[in-house]
Design a protein around this ligand. Structure first.
Ligand code: CAA
Length: 325
């Protein structure tokens, strides 16, 4: 007769009694020690990449950031310095902490240089083909113990992980924008992610002084599953003439106490990113309630992507943002 082994069941794994080795360390402790993270490699110097570099450097990690052109790297470092200056002027950090953090940030144009870091965070464009190409190029150069993560805001972690040589050491590591200000980090385990990897990232989040929320690996996880349909609905509200850009944003700020209106927030996140996330929800959950608004598609097709291109639902080219509708 078959006997069920409860300790072999995945859900019971964490309850299994831990064994001590010759050095008096439990198996769990020695696994965790093997995953001590001191250096981090960041792929992409855009708004997420530079924000992530900022918080890791301030928390004492050595940071190596890469992008495809030097200009993007130079701009990112200059922006990090400006954002840290703002923190110094508001007495959030000292000048000495800023200098020490800036000294920990190095840049490189060679993706493969990231191979020796303990943790890699991919923060490139929100397109699956781009992310897969990055992992493919990087994999042959990675140390076996390096934890690989993606800052994707919506794409399947299980699918991204399955194309790598280390699905058990792969996780979704999703920061919010602006990274130095937002408290939350979403941790998303793929189907194969092991407990030691999860615990290692929990420790990293703690060291960053942020709060982790665990999300299951389904399209757009928690934050964007809820936030993006709201933004998309705001664009429909505009498209159908229910309100203007200004009245929609004012309504949510004054009527629901949101710090930014949904259209202002969409511009801040990037309209291309918002559209990409809506497409992942629409395709991944196959429900028409996630249909991206045609007006959102039109703005993206025009290259009006929000703040980063100086035009989106607002025009940012003058002294004050002016609604485009
Ligand atoms: N670096 C460091 N500090 C920054 C910063 C940055 N990039 N941006 C803002 N700050 C700090 C300011 O110095 C200021 O600090 P104090 O409180 O000490 O004064 C504080 O943040 C507030 O900034 P401001 O006074 O300049 O402006 P504000 O009060 O209008 O706040 C905001 C700006 C923090 C962005 C606020 O509007 C906000 O919280 N907006 C909502 C942002 C949001 O929803 N983000 C999540 C987006 S979704 C996401 O990221 C997931 C995804 O995958 C798409």
């Amino acid at each position: 007769m078959l006997k069920f082994d409860w300790f072999a069941a995945p859900c019971a794994y964490a309850l299994r009694p831990v064994r001590s080795d010759a050095y008096g360390l439990s198996q769990m402790e020695s696994e965790d020690r093997a995953m001590d993270i001191n250096s981090v490699g960041i792929v992409g110097a855009g708004q997420m990449g530079n924000g992530i570099a900022h918080v890791f450097a301030l928390a004492g990690f050595d940071v190596l950031m890469t992008d495809i052109n030097q200009d993007a790297l130079d701009k990112a470092v200059a922006l990090i310095e400006r954002n840290m200056d703002r923190q110094v002027s508001r007495e959030k950090i000292t000048e000495a902490e800023k200098s020490a953090a800036m000294a920990r940030i190095k840049t490189t144009l060679k993706l493969t240089d990231l191979g020796q870091t303990d943790l890699v965070i991919e923060a490139a464009t929100e397109r699956e083909t781009v992310k897969q190409a990055i992992f493919e190029d990087l994999l042959p150069h990675l140390k076996p113990e390096t934890i690989l993560t993606s800052n994707t805001s919506s794409i399947s972690i299980t699918r991204l992980a399955s194309r790598t040589d280390r699905p058990e050491k792969f996780m979704g590591f999703h920061f919010m924008n602006p990274v130095p200000v937002m408290q939350l980090v979403e941790l998303i385990r793929g189907i194969a992610t092991d407990d030691a990897t999860y615990r290692a990232l929990l420790k990293v989040v703690e060291k960053l002084g942020k709060t982790a929320a665990s999300a299951e690996d389904f399209p757009a996880f928690i934050v964007n599953r809820i936030l993006m349909p709201m933004i998309n609905e705001a664009v429909y509200t505009l498209y159908e003439g229910v309100g203007s850009v200004k009245s929609i944003d004012e309504s949510l700020k004054l009527g629901a106490n949101h710090p930014m209106g949904p259209l202002e927030l969409a511009d801040f996140i990037g309209l291309d990113t918002c559209l990409a996330i809506m497409n992942v929800l629409h395709e991944g959950l196959a429900d028409t309630k996630y249909r991206p608004c045609p007006l959102l598609t039109k703005y993206v097709e025009a290259g009006w992507l929000g703040r980063k291109t100086q035009r989106g639902f607002y025009d940012y080219r003058g002294d004050v943002p002016v609604p485009t509708r």
